[in-house]
Design a protein around this ligand. Structure first.
Ligand code: GLP
Length: 243
């Protein structure tokens, strides 16, 4: 695991964008695994700038997203489809037909079948990841066991609590989500995690311990052959990570 310490959020966004840019330039028809949340927003803004000002070309890129809330249609402003459109896809020259965010409404079992079929055929060159305060990846919540493929999760109270800042009230936060499984995530050729915000415990478990623990799913990153973690200096200092 390669840990990249960034001066601040903006520096982390640039360093993470460098990793994505290298892949897109070397393989213009690559597949990007994408994530939502506040952690990757700065990187998406930087990639959009490089597309606009430096000719970074996404016209042949495909993408597949980690997860989606159950119950929110893609037009809902808190759905992850809406997030991806407004934070990235509307600002780069990607063909939206080549982007996939699982559907969170309608027949969920049918949606999951489609999600799993997409994932079975996708050869993800790099999977972008944030991390939940409880260590979740995508919406793979901590537990005694984790899932291999795409599935539905019941969100932990701590996740609902952490995500309520985006909704009018806690009651409005969906209680369920569809998400890639841990196997899907681990099968990506590369992983890129951006750790930002109040993630001290998850960051400590990932960077300071040697244990792989399903009760802290982000620790599985340690097993990947090509995993990058971008972390801000302040957070690294708070957990005593020296590099
Ligand atoms: C949600 C997403 C995760 C994301 C997490 C952290 O729970 N499902 O994929 O990593 O939020 O979000 P943030 O980056 O806003 O802290």
């Amino acid at each position: 695991m390669k840990v990249i310490i960034a001066k601040d959020y903006e520096d982390g966004a640039r360093k993470a964008a460098d990793i994505i840019e290298k892949i897109v330039r070397e393989k213009p028809d690559c597949t990007l695994g994408l994530a939502t949340g506040s952690s990757p927003v700065g990187m998406y803004q930087e990639l959009a700038r490089r597309c606009r000002e430096e000719g970074l070309d996404f016209s042949r890129v495909h993408s597949v997203n980690l997860d989606e809330y159950v119950g929110l249609d893609g037009t809902h402003d808190q759905s992850y489809r809406y997030f991806m459109d407004t934070n990235l896809f509307n600002h780069i020259n990607i063909d939206k037909k080549n982007t996939y965010v699982a559907k969170g409404t309608g027949d969920i079992q049918k949606n999951l079948k489609e999600f799993n079929e997409i994932l079975d055929h996708a050869d993800v060159d790099i999977q972008v990841l944030g991390v939940g305060p409880d260590g979740h990846l995508g919406f793979n919540e901590p537990g005694d066991t984790l899932w291999d493929g795409a599935h539905e999760e019941t969100l932990d109270d701590s996740t609902i609590e952490a995500n309520k800042r985006f909704f009018a009230s806690k009651e409005d936060v969906p209680t369920h989500a569809v998400t890639m499984g841990m196997g899907n995530i681990m099968r990506a050729k590369r992983l890129l995690m951006i750790i930002s915000g109040n993630k001290q415990e998850a960051a400590r478990r990932l960077l300071m311990e040697d244990r792989i623990d399903p009760r802290c799913p982000c620790t599985f990153m340690r097993m990947h052959r090509e995993a990058y973690v971008v972390i801000e200096r302040k957070l690294a200092d708070e957990i005593g990570y020296k590099g």
